[in-house]
Ligand binder design. Sequence first.
Ligand code: GDP
Ligand code: FE
Ligand code: FE
Ligand code: FE
Length: 194
Amino acid sequence: IYTQKIFTGSRELLIDKVSQALSAKRFEHVLRVEEMALQLAEKWHVDAELASIAALTHDYAKERSDEDFLREIEKKQLDRDLINWGNNIWHGVVGAEMVKDELGIAHEDILNAIRQHTTGATVMTKLSQILYMADYIEAGRDFPGVEEVRTLAFDDLAASVGWQTAHTLTFLLTQKVTIYPGTLLTYNTWSVDK
Ligand code: GDP
Ligand code: FE
Ligand code: FE
Ligand code: FE
């Protein structure tokens, strides 16, 4: 079903490669994210092939070692501040480089959606908003308000991005973990009444 030469091979081949990089449990999450991303893409008139590829690859690097990520930051001369963070931040921002090099996916909109899927960003394409939301509201997710935000994502996509960011930030504050500056910039852009 892939016709655009973004990935050299079929969806089945991509699924094969992603499944080999992940535990069964995380791979099932990835398939549920794809299902939700395709539904949101149809609703918001985003290309289904882009949504499928972005969703299938968004957590591709999640199970890589810290050493792998640090090596990649060095190799690609990424922002030096990244070394101060960890897997939660790296698997999207740095993981996109692994998707590019190892899976041969060079489509910048897809790579940016992967980079932004955990923290969001001030500027997000509709594809990026869809991946950010699909990761959060896929059928296996269960948290207070999930039904509300699922409905919102199909009613007002940008508002749902703001909803997620505000709720994630609130949760992170209760955990007393470090807040990635990009998460705060996303909050200021998408969650604050203007
Ligand atoms: P997953 O890869 O499907 O589990 O989901 P995500 O990539 O969206 O998120 C990974 C983890 O990063 C989640 O536990 C988030 O709560 C966490 N996270 C998101 N933003 C931040 C942040 O600013 N700081 C920290 N420390 N963690 C964050
Ligand atoms: Fe993730
Ligand atoms: Fe997410
Ligand atoms: Fe995910």
